[in-house]
Every structure is written in C-alpha cells, then in structure tokens.
Design a protein around this ligand. Structure first.
Ligand code: NAD
Ligand code: ATP
Length: 316
C-alpha cells in the first residue's frame, strides 16, 4: 500500500506528446496547485506552452539533460495519455521511481488504470491516502537493466532500464538473425529467426504476447524469453526466474548486424561482437492501482484484449 512519510509536495505532470490534452493538463495543474497546494512540474516542451497561458506562471519545469536527481524532487508522477506516457515516465527515472498514477486519455491504455472523469477524487486519494480508511494500493513493476557491451567491454553511456521489454531483431536486414543467448555465461540457445524479446511481466501483455508469449501477472518475479518468428518447429517461449542474467550476443559468423530497442524506443545497431546484458533492475516502477493489483490486471485484460470474451451458455 502507498504510505507517505510526509504529505507529498511536488508532482510531475506528464502528458502524451503533442498539442492535444492541454485542456486536461490545465485542469489537473490548476486542481493540484490551487486545491491541493502542490508544486507542479512539467516537461520543458509543455512548460513552453503553459508559459504563454495567462494564470499558469506557477507551473515549473526541469532540465531534461540531467534527470539524475529528479526522483528526489518529485513525490509522485501523474500521467495523462496512454501506455506510452508510462513508458516515457519510466525512461525519465534511471534510479528510484516515484509512484505513478495514470489517467487513460490515449488509445488502448492497458497500464493506465484510472479514468479521467474521476481525477479529482483519485488524486485526493493518492495525496491523502494515509488518512483514508480504504488506503491506496500500488503495483511494484519490475524493470530490466540492460547494458550494451562491445567485445566484452561495457560501452559508456549505454545503460537502459526497461518497463516492457528489450528486443534484439534483424531490423531491415533480409537475413535470418543469429543471436547467441547466454544465461550466467552458459550458452542456452541460438536464436535464428527475426529476433528475440526479453520482457518483464508488465511487458508480457505487449509485444511478447503478440509473438506468442504467455501473459504474466505483474507480481510474478520473472522474465519472459520470447522468440520472434523463429525458423524452428520447437522453439517455444520460456519464462525464467528474476535471478536470471541473460546476454544476447551477435556472433562473428552472423550474416548481418542486428538491432536493439528498449521499450520500443532508443533503437540502435548491434554489430558483430556486440552484446546486451540483461538482469533485474534494483529500481521497480510503482503504479497506483484503481482497485487492487489483481483486479486492475484482469480488468485491463478484458477491457483491452477481450480476454476470454464468450457468449454465456444458456441453461438446459
Ligand atoms: N507487434 C506488437 O504487438 C508490437 C510491435 C512493436 C512494439 N510493440 C509494443 O509497443 C510498446 C511501446 O509502446 P508505445 O505506446 O510507445 O508504442 P505504440 O504507440 O506503437 O503502441 C504499441 C501498443 O502497445 C500497447 N502497449 C504498450 N505497453 C503495453 C503493455 N505493457 N501491455 C499491453 N499493451 C501495451 C499500447 O497501448 C499500444 O496500443 C513496446 O514496448 C512494445 O511492447 C508491440
Ligand atoms: N511526454 C512524452 N514524450 C515523449 N514521447 C511520448 C510522450 N508521451 C507519449 N509519447 C510517445 O507517443 C506515443 C503515443 O503516446 P501514448 O502511448 O500515450 O498514446 P496512444 O498510443 O494513443 O495510447 P496507447 O499506447 O495506450 O494505445 C508513444 O509512442 C509514446 O511513447
């Protein structure tokens, strides 16, 4: 459950990229500042828009070049948009992540548990959660720490924490990709196909599901190892414990380079001899639940993916 040591003072308000959702962002910023007496931070591009609107001089911003101390300045994050905004929030925080409450104003919104209509009541619950009888539940979402290596040496500045998954694929190369997969330095298999996904339980309902992986409740401590179009009749997806330490390496005899992406972003080439090492991050991402961990998850499975939607059988 969410327990504040002292009443939260600063909120980071994130919204979906682009000009839309400014009306909603203005409404939420005013509510947090005037009603809840909170400091409101937004990203620099959004701040540029607020700076031109009379009466919103209270909205502050931060330097995106250095977000290393952002977690110390921000008590919680409020997101307006879809799943991509939560992935973006994850990307802003390399180390500890403050609790994230998200209002679904995007398209699918599997991870965005709250509706915008009730934002006042839900934000009050988050801010004064300690004092309410019911309390506020959170889900601690595992992230994966990914680090790129060249011939066994860490490439400086190439460390990424992902909330959904890391993908190594063939990119636009016409050749089958060849990726050696090690677990704690032991070769477990070679992927010969379009690529491979290493996903968190949170990411299990995203790309990994599309590639045939299982859907895993976010409280299960594990990582999913899901091949993409493997050219083999026996390569089924597997689930590994959260203690696994994986390395995906492009061998010298691969016909072409590969590509790696982190939560579908920050895509870059992996040449022969390059590898990406993957282990559980020490810093999970806490998301605020609307109901509770299991209730929210099944609600999203049904609302977004029509999980087991079927006509009810009539009595005899
Ligand atoms: N074939 C696929 O299904 C496919 C292909 C590429 C990327 N993706 C996913 O897109 C994600 C990036 O999302 P984005 O919003 O920035 O890009 P995007 O705008 O391309 O959205 C991809 C879709 O995936 C959904 N999604 C994202 N995370 C999810 C999750 N944890 N559970 C269920 N659905 C989820 C989003 O709601 C959206 O509908 C990647 O992390 C990857 O998982 C999926
Ligand atoms: N503040 C932001 N800064 C940078 N990129 C962002 C930001 N907000 C959203 N994005 C990106 O913009 C895209 C669309 O955003 P988002 O996912 O929130 O909306 P959507 O696609 O309509 O909803 P859903 O993902 O739930 O289907 C995503 O790829 C996301 O990563």
């Amino acid at each position: 459950m969410l327990m504040w040591k002292s009443t939260p003072k600063t909120v980071l308000l994130l919204k979906k990229l682009g000009p839309e959702l400014m009306k909603e962002a203005k409404e939420v910023a005013s509510f947090l500042y005037y009603q809840e007496k909170m400091n409101v931070l937004v990203e620099p591009e959004v701040h540029d828009i607020f700076a031109r609107i009379p009466g919103f001089g209270f909205v502050q911003t931060f330097y995106t070049q250095d977000t290393s101390d952002l977690h110390e300045r921000v008590d919680f994050v409020a997101c307006l948009g879809g799943d991509g905004v939560i992935l973006h929030a994850s990307n802003l925080f390399r180390d500890a992540v403050p609790p994230v409450v998200s209002f679904n104003l995007g398209s699918l919104g599997f991870l965005t548990s709250h509706t915008f209509e009730e934002y006042r009541q839900d934000l009050k619950q988050v801010i004064h959660g300690n004092n309410t009888a019911e309390g506020v539940y959170i889900t601690l979402r595992m992230r994966l720490r990914c680090e790129i290596f060249r011939n066994g040496k860490a490439v400086p500045g190439k460390i990424f924490d992902v909330l959904n998954e890391v993908v190594v694929d063939r990119g636009s190369n016409p050749y089958l990709s060849k990726i050696e997969c090690y677990e704690h330095d032991r070769l477990i298999t070679k992927v010969q196909g379009d690529g491979v996904i290493v996903a968190t339980p949170t990411g299990s309902t995203a790309y990994s599901t599309a590639a045939g992986g299982s859907m895993v409740h976010p409280n299960v401590p594990c990582m999913l190892f899901t091949p993409i179009c493997p050219h083999s009749l026996s390569f089924r997806p597997v689930i590994l414990p959260d203690s696994a330490r994986l390395e995906l390496k492009i061998p010298d005899d691969a016909r072409s380079n590969a590509w790696v992406s982190f939560d579908g972003k920050r895509r870059q080439q992996l040449s022969r001899g390059h590898s990406v090492r993957i282990s559980m991050s020490q810093h999970p991402l806490p998301t605020v639940n609307k109901c509770d961990q299991t209730g929210d998850w099944f609600h999203s499975l049904i609302r977004c993916l029509n999980w087991n939607e079927r006509m009810d059988q009539k009595a005899l």
